[in-house]
Ligand binder design. Structure first.
Ligand SMILES: [Zn+2]
Length: 277
């Protein structure tokens, strides 16, 4: 079956979907929407793979260690934008062999979400994040799989510039910069490295990224939900899920003055090309 849209970054593997996970996935597949569930540490990476293996097609996995999970901490709703559940980090050191083994599953299409989250780290966190990021770049390069990047600048430093320079010197593969919220100049750093850029439901309820969406060429854009977080209008504040990715595609189309079909076809092709789906 040819999908209508692909949600390039979802977390249906998270606990927020424990009660009705199968129904959520069925809704997406029936609409003709595929999705990629992304792991953030060992357990959620394993569950993303298990979930992908449950379906013949349409559900895929990206596995890795999120920068926030490289140190023990708690992230509440307010930090996550006041929407969705909070979560706890235990502090995980990237286990190269564990992830290498897990990546042998055919449904694993990339490594991540990895990168740098400097929203509120101290110096120690920063070093741990960089180490985990470099290890995941090494694994992705060894396996020839693309990276799923999580980048968030803040008081801790310029995450975009640092990540781009690490990638430039260490990565043999490209990937996708997820939930991109930087400037056009910062987007250019990743476009120049051959990366795609994905947008979430945030673009449906703020005009802050209008210029950025217009700036990124259509053949380098992916659409995503990042569910259960940041549901697009008109579901804002509710639990997000893969079928809502259509609202993100509609908003990209509106901003670029294109048809929804054009955006759907292009983002789908971009996602399949990058993740070899
Ligand atoms: Zn995510």
């Amino acid at each position: 079956m040819t999908p209508q849209l692909i949600d390039a970054h979802a977390h249906v593997n998270f606990a927020a979907f424990d009660a009705d996970r199968e129904a959520v996935i069925e809704r997406a597949l029936e609409a003709g929407y595929w999705h990629i569930n992304v792991g953030t540490q060992k357990d959620t990476s394993q569950s993303a793979v298990n979930l992908a293996n449950t379906y013949d097609e349409g559900v895929y996995a990206v596995i890795g260690l999120h920068p926030i999970h490289t140190s023990a901490s708690y992230h509440d709703q307010a930090e996550l934008g006041g929407e969705g559940p909070g979560f706890k980090s235990r502090g995980e050191v990237f286990d190269y062999e564990f992830y290498r083994e897990l990546a042998q599953s055919q449904k694993v299409v990339g490594i991540g979400e990895c990168g740098l989250d400097y929203f509120r780290p101290g110096e120690a966190d920063r070093a741990a994040q960089q180490t985990a990021f470099k290890e995941q770049i090494r694994l992705a390069s060894e396996l020839g799989k693309p990276l799923m990047l999580h980048l968030r600048p803040g008081a801790g430093g310029p995450a975009y510039e640092e990540a781009a320079s690490i990638l430039k010197s260490e990565s043999k593969v490209a990937g996708n910069a997820h939930f991109f919220a930087g400037t056009s100049e910062e987007a250019r750093l990743f476009l120049d490295l051959g990366f795609t850029i994905s947008f979430t439901g945030v673009i449906t309820f703020t005009t802050d990224y209008d210029d950025l969406v217009k700036y990124v060429p259509l053949d380098r854009i992916l659409v995503e939900t990042d569910c259960p977080y940041v549901a697009p209008k008109p579901w804002r504040g509710k639990r997000n899920e893969p079928v809502y990715v259509a609202a993100v595609a509609s908003r990209v189309a509106e901003l670029k003055g294109m048809s929804v079909e054009q955006v759907a076809t292009a983002t789908m092709a971009n996602t399949r090309r990058l993740f070899n789906i």
